[in-house]
Ligand binder design. Sequence first.
Ligand SMILES: *Cc1c(COP(=O)(O)O)cnc(C)c1O
Length: 476
Amino acid sequence: MRNGEELPLEMHKVKIVQRIDLKPVEHRLQAIDEAGNNTFLLRNRDVFLDMLTDSGVNAMSNLQQSAMLTADDCYAGSESFYRLEAELKKVFNKKYFLPAHQGRACEHLISRVLVKPGSIVPMNYHFTTTKAHIRLQGGDILEIPIDEAYKIESDCLFKGNIDIDKLHEAFEQYGDRIPFVRLEAGTNLIGGQPISLQNIKDVKAVCKSHGVPLVLDTSLMQDNLYFMKTREESCKDMTILEICNEAAAHVDLIYFSARKFGCAKGGGMCMSDEKLFEALREIVPLFEGFLTYGGMSDKEMEAIAVGVRDVLDFDVISQGPQFIKYMVSELRKAGVPVVTPAGGLGCHLDAKQFLSHLGCEYFQSASLSSALYIVSGVRGMERGTMAEERNPDGSEHYSPVELLRLALPRRVFTMSQIKYAVDRITWLYENRHLVGGLKWKEEPRILRFFFGKLEPVDDWQRKLADRFLQDFPNGY
Ligand SMILES: *Cc1c(COP(=O)(O)O)cnc(C)c1O
């Protein structure tokens, strides 16, 4: 802009809209109480801006929607499957594709085939369902990102990279117990931080020397491709397709959630190794569905086929990271602690600093998530201790980072909605001393963040709402 403001421009226009409501603070206070202070348990009708996740809620393009009408609906041998398979071959250049109904289904199948009791899977960082499936098979994970990954404020461009020295040490220590190494591009739980193409190559070299496959989770690859292109010197002159092909060439097994990568609903695995393909193929019909749909509808497969092609368009993949960067920089101007550099997926508030007057035993990130909903109607997702599992001895496992993730599903929100969110977050930051802690009310045994319930330690939520009403007397 002429005034020097950096404003990301939308390279799309809105053609179909959904009405949303902004309910007053009294209503929100009651809704969050009924939801046990868990934003997963809110009803969407009570939410103004849904920043819970980018999963299955990215905007679809007109081309995706029109492709859905061409779906070849049948049980076996659908043309929709073959169209999807052909697109994935272009993007990842692997010989085989196996469908699954979503990302975690791939994790289930891969863990079943490759993980044994006692297995250790080194990775840059875990995703909740990844860890749960590896543990379900009796294995465990070993997180070895570079040290910079845990620094909230940083200027490291690839905080998602694996520490290669630690990977060497892992092989020395665990040897045969390592069935594969897993990389997530980009990382989900540590702020959507990307990995570099160089890191993928370096990790592959180590895997190769030990004869172990490298598995790449590309659920968040579209943001990661944007960061490789804009932050990595060697990628500057490559097309997005070339970068994607090059990354894929160094890994043995790719899997993804098409709820993110593909902007529709589904998932799948791509590989060239015949033995691995046969082992996985055997269990796809058992758990997912026949080999030419794997739990997906034919319509969704058509939409994914177009969606993965869209990922090769630089303008399309720029929107998410650029909006996130805008939100992060506006919040920083107001002094709000956020993860930097801005990553993919969403904007991440650092609940540890935001609520530094609370100890981690009070679930800082869940408290912040509850407080933000009360004062704005914005629904974020707790990414901290609640998203962890207890230690084997039953003690609480405190997450090294306590983040409130505000996902920006791709091409969904407008600039004024982002500005509204920034305004209310800033208000909350100025009144942060009013935010109190939460404690368990109902704690499920696995993936407890999905339906666990928390309750406030005192009446801080009422006081926060009263303070809000002083500044916004009509309750909005
Ligand atoms: C979302 C996600 C998954 C799981 O995918 P679902 O489709 O939600 O099952 C796995 N890995 C990463 C990195 C993700 O972001």
